[in-house]
Design a protein around this ligand. Sequence first.
Ligand SMILES: [Zn+2]
Length: 118
Amino acid sequence: MNGAPASSSGDAHADAIPRDVLISEVRAWARRMGVENRLREIHVRPMKRKWASISTRGRLTLNSDLLRQSAAFRRQVLVHELVHLKLGHGAHNKLFRSLVRAYLALDASEKKPGDLQG
Ligand SMILES: [Zn+2]
């Protein structure tokens, strides 16, 4: 935890995760998906209309409301954005959708049944 000023003050929900945890999740997925070198910047801030966005140059912006979402939901959002980075475009085409499905299935298969809640 560094001395950066808190950009949003109303984040005291008991079940919110720290921003650092979200960022480590992003880095773990980027490593696993082979895009760690392309991921240049990670920003967490309030967003009005989206959960996240990514530029082809590797600038990922995450909605700070993700800190209050379930792990399963965060995973879907992170994988979605990082597949855009991997493919280098923003299209939701067939290849995009099958890669997202494959990465999410990969993750589920590494967990024991009953380990998936939360
Ligand atoms: Zn998308």
